[in-house]
Design a protein around this ligand. Structure first.
Ligand SMILES: O=C1O[C@H](COP(=O)(O)O)[C@@H](O)[C@H](O)[C@H]1O
Length: 220
């Protein structure tokens, strides 16, 4: 697997480059397979995409959001109207800006206990990728918390060892809300590509530590 790191002088520049990469990946996937499958994280990524993606979609021919299948890399088990709901945030901030019919969004069923919600979400994800043993997303957009968590996989948590489930319940997220569901590493690692997005000073130490970067300023 190839990995590359890009550092941007500002959040605006990072956002524009990220949106352009997503739109180009979409155009390529739609041209080759007729659809684009994209996994979305929540948190600060929502506002970034809501600001930058609509103009990028207008600039890239063939990106066709109506051919997108969106899924959530993790979700907090709160009502859609709650400010912590990732699906609610994407619906109100991003999807509301896209012309109908817009992308299909596979969200987590609310009103179920976490274990049932995870099982149900995994089943619906598998159905959306018929014929694949493990769903293979074209692209996952992963955020990172200052503690190094991504999706709802927290450093040192037993879920990092999960080998069987593609989606797992979380009952003890150290970052509220505690009850969530999350993609696990087997699903994340099956994706065709992953973009890990981190902005802000609070995340610099964990990113530098994980990448083993000694001279941050020389990073291209
Ligand atoms: O709780 C979560 O946190 C991470 C990071 O969020 P950010 O606001 O620091 O960008 C996010 O990627 C994840 O989806 C979310 O549930």
């Amino acid at each position: 697997m190839m990995a590359a790191v890009s550092v941007f002088p500002s959040q605006a520049e990072l956002g524009a480059a990220l949106a352009r990469s997503v739109a180009e990946a979409a155009a390529q996937a739609v041209a080759s397979s007729g659809r684009f499958t994209l996994g979305l994280s929540g948190g600060s990524l929502v506002a970034l995409l809501a600001r930058e993606l609509p103009p990028a979609l207008r600039a890239v021919p063939g990106a066709e959001p109506s051919r997108w299948l969106l899924a959530l890399c993790d979700e907090r088990l709160v009502p859609l109207e709650d400010p912590d709901s990732t699906e609610g945030a994407y619906r109100s901030q991003l999807l509301s800006q896209l012309p109908p019919p817009g992308p299909q969004l596979l969200g987590v069923s609310l009103g179920l206990a976490p274990a049932e919600a995870a099982k149900d979400y995994e089943e619906r994800l598998r159905q959306a990728f018929p014929g694949s043993e493990i769903p293979q997303f074209d692209l996952l957009l992963l955020g990172v918390g200052p503690d190094g968590h991504t999706c709802s996989l927290f450093p040192g948590h037993a879920l990092l060892q999960e080998q069987n489930s593609l989606i797992s319940p979380v009952l003890d997220s150290p970052k509220p809300p505690a009850r969530r569901v999350t993609m696990t590493l087997p699903l994340i690692n099956s994706s065709r590509s992953v973009l890990i997005v981190a902005t802000g000073d609070s995340k610099a130490p964990v990113i530098k530590g994980k990448l083993g970067i000694l001279d941050w300023d020389k990073l291209e």
